[in-house]
Design a protein around this ligand. Sequence first.
Ligand code: NAD
Length: 240
Amino acid sequence: MNEPGNRVVVVTGAASGIGHATAELFRDLGDTVFGLDINPTVPDGVTYVPCNIGDTAAVESAIEVCAVHGRIDMLANVAGIVQFGRIETVTEEEWDRVHAVDLKGPFFLIQAALPHIRACSGTIVNVSSVAGNVAQPYATAYAAAKGGLTQLTKALALELSPEGIRVNAICPGTVDTPIVEQVFHKLTDDLDSRVADRLMMMLPGGAIKPAEIGETIVWLASPAARMVTGAVIAHDGGMS
Ligand SMILES: NC(=O)c1ccc[n+]([C@@H]2O[C@H](COP(=O)([O-])OP(=O)(O)OC[C@H]3O[C@@H](n4cnc5c(N)ncnc54)[C@H](O)[C@@H]3O)[C@@H](O)[C@H]2O)c1
C-alpha cells in the first residue's frame, strides 16, 4: 500500500452522495482517483469511468482503465440502489436489479481488481447497510443483498488475509443523500411512517453526512488501519 497522496483509488458511485464525498476526500489528499458510475457528475479532478456495475463485462473494462498505473491501492465499493416496498410488490426484475448492483457488482469488481490490488497490497471497502445486519421491514431484497455483501466481506477478509489484503465493510444508518429521500418518501406515503420515524429516532444530531462515511473509508485505507480486516463497522448513530 502506498502512502496517502500517492495512491490509486477506485470509487464506485462517485457521482452522488457517499461515493462523491469519498472521491473528493481522496482527491484532496492528492491521490489519483477514478470514479465509476452510470452518471458523469463525479467531482472535479476525479477521472470519470462510465460503468454499469451490474454488467460484469463493463466492470472488467472499467477496471482495466483504472489499472493503467499497474496497481489499485484502494477499491471502495460504494454504488448501490435501494428497494422499499411490501414483499408482494417486489418483481423478479427488481430483485435481479437490486442484487446486480448491490451484491454481484461489488463481487465482480473485486475479482477484476484483485491482481492490481495484489500488486501493491491494496485494500477493499464495501459499503453495506444497517439493513444488512439488523431487521428492517419493507426492504427484503435490499436487506438480502446487503446482508450478502456484509458476509462476502468477512469471508473474503479471511481468504485474503494471508496475502495482507484487508477487506472491510461499513454499514451506514441514515445518511443525508438522494437515496434516503426516496426511502422516506416511500415509507411515509405508502408504507408505514412509524418505520421512517424509527429510522430517524436514533439520530439526535440529524442524518449522517456523506463525508462522515467517507472519512471512515479514508481511515480504512490509511496505515493506521493496517490491522483492521474483516470488520463490519456500524456507522449508524446506534441504530443497530
Ligand atoms: N444514504 C443512506 O442512508 C444509506 C444507508 C445505508 C447504506 N447506504 C449505501 O451507501 C451507498 C451509497 O448510497 P448513497 O446514499 O450515496 O446513494 P446515492 O443515490 O446518492 O449514490 C449512489 C450512486 O451510485 C450510482 N449507481 C447506481 N446504480 C449504479 C450502477 N448500476 N452502476 C454504477 N453506478 C451506479 C448512482 O448513479 C449514484 O451516483 C449505497 O450502496 C447504499 O446502499 C446508504
